[in-house]
Design a protein around this ligand. Structure first.
Ligand code: ZN
Length: 244
């Protein structure tokens, strides 16, 4: 039984790192925008794919339309941590899980209680003034009419989320690489491992056990010590029952 194998690994390891993709958030009802093929229609009637709307160029040129899309499609204030988030928080509390590396921007790992989280693509909960660099929470974005403005200086407030054409934060990348490099167990969940930088990052893993949990198969299945094709929430919550 693969669940039993997984709980045995969790029991024996004290240096686990979890790497998660969009599949973690979809189980909390947050859609994976990369899998949405719909086109976004701006106020001026033009149609764009989400990859264009969520680009740095679009943010600079069509700021109002950017925020309209962003508020409608990228923010889910009602979303709650699911059983995957809760199991990972429990593993960190037990001292077994050393870090979560995530491609998600919803902050649900922190809501569940995880402390050491590397958010590769940033977070909707952090927003900063592009002029004076003051930081604001999500409320400032939600309460703005069209373009969120800094109450201190009037500058445009930008979400601390990595847009297309923008680079990842060096400190976040280094922290994630370091955690993966020194882990003895790496669990990869809810990602097909085709989106940058996921595939590159897991090449740093030198530990003992590589585990892949994803509903569909991935290009790395043959390299893993344990592969489970099922819901990440279902698998982790079942495995953790036998771990404590
Ligand atoms: Zn400002």
């Amino acid at each position: 039984m693969s669940i039993e194998n997984l709980s045995k690994i969790l029991k024996e390891s004290n240096n686990i790192v979890f790497f998660g993709g969009a599949g973690i958030s979809t189980e909390s009802g947050i859609p994976d925008f990369r899998s949405e093929t719909g086109l976004y229609k701006t106020d001026s009637g033009q149609r764009y794919p989400p990859e264009i709307v969520l680009s740095h160029t679009f943010f600079m040129k069509h700021t109002k339309d950017f925020f309209k899309f962003y508020k409608e499609k990228m923010i889910y204030t009602g979303a709650k941590p699911n059983s995957a988030h809760l199991a990972l928080a429990k593993l960190e509390g037990m001292g077994k899980l050393k870090a979560v590396v995530t491609q998600n921007i919803d902050g649900l790992h922190q809501t569940a209680g995880n402390k050491n989280v590397y958010e590769l693509h940033g977070s909707v909960h952090r927003n900063y003034c592009t002029k004076c660099h003051a930081f604001y929470d999500l409320n400032l974005i939600l309460e703005s009419n069209d373009i969120p403005k800094c109450p201190k200086c009037g500058g445009t407030v930008k979400p601390d989320v990595v847009l297309y054409e923008e680079g990842l934060d060096n400190d976040v990348i280094n922290g994630a690489v370091n955690a993966i490099e020194y882990a003895d167990t790496l669990i990869i969940g809810g990602t097909s491992l085709v989106v940058y930088p996921a595939a590159g990052l897991i090449n740093y893993f030198k530990g003992k056990t590589l585990i892949l949990i994803n509903k569909s198969s991935t290009p790395y299945d043959s390299k893993a010590d344990l592969v489970i094709h099922d819901s990440i929430g279902k698998v982790l919550s079942a495995a953790i029952k036998f771990t404590s």
